[in-house]
Design a protein around this ligand. Sequence first.
Ligand code: G3I
Length: 370
Amino acid sequence: MRLVFPAFLLAAVVCFASENNSARRLKNVFKDDFHIGAAVNRSQIYGRAPKAGVLLAEQFSSITPENVMKWSSIHPKPDEYNFEPADKYASIGEENSMFVAGHTLIWHNQTPDWVFENADGSEVSRKELLKRMREHIFKVAGRYKGRVHGWDVVNEAIEDDGSLRNTKWREIIGDDYIAKAFEYAHQAAPDAELYYNDYNMYRSEKRKAAAELAEKLQSRGLRIDGIGIQGHWGLNHPSAAEIQKSIDAFSSLGLKVMITELDLTVLPSAWEHRGADISQNYELRKEINPFPDGLPANMQRKLSNRYQQLFALFTRNSGKISRVTFWGVHDGCSWRNNWPVSGRTDYPLLFNRNCEPKRAFNEVVKAGRK
Ligand code: G3I
């Protein structure tokens, strides 16, 4: 007997499917709350990961460049700029009408040594380094004027104890290198939002120092629009209460708050084994890489509960939080798989290595619908 679907029934099924499908898109679920974004890597930018590309366009309303706009990638040599990957990145954002973030103009990591050296290898002067900083910011932020909507101007300049991090920028220019970076960024891209971005921002000393840094910029009449809380967290830490304190501390200064690099490791800490090669050490592997073949149901449940808790917190603060960005599109491309020990199998995001939604995704969608 041949089944004949009356046309209206088929139409209803299709409409329900697409309805159901669009209601399961993070960008739709949180459209009245905040931008929902993902960091994209070079292979995704070059279309070498088509599944991730489809997922990105379907689920997210914002993107951040994981590496292609960092100094070492975009300005590898004094007179050499490598704009192609960053241009492609910006185009992906435009093609999908996304909020395009820029990451990051000034950082102590992924900045080539030549930036701080004269041709003879000696250290440059304050004047020369300011000139190089200004030129870089004008070249990069200037190039993406109107295309990058918000820049992480300075990244990770504060230590966990609240003191300013000792970097080449600070040693050579002085503490005001941060203010100079914000000054140049606003001159180069007058319409772009400007952010200070850092990790462990739930720590009271660091929270206080970041708030004071922002107030100092504001008191000097310099534009700063928001503070980025990276969000490289775990299943039990930090607490929602600690995160809430940081959201309140920064929004009380009239600043936007963004969760800029969210991921939740499910792996045991391996800090004391950083740099170890676990491929040669079975016992260590078993200890610090316990889920090589899939995440067990009980861990899936823990991850889902944690994401549910966090997104309940974020939606409660949707008036203060302007964006939540995951640091990667799916588990397979997460830096967590290779840090602090390379070759581990982590599950820190909402989509699995096959770009399929995980149980945690369902909990986040539910949290968004409340
Ligand atoms: O591009 C080179 C490639 O030419 C070379 O063959 C390969 C082999 O080592 O290295 C490639 O560079 C790697 C780069 O990512 C691009 O893939 C670097 O080794 C690697 O260290 C770098 O890691 C990035 C890391 O920042 C560097 O600090 C991660 O992908 C990126 O996720 C991570 O992101 C940072 C944020 O920018 C700031 N907050 C913390 C976050 C996690 O560390």
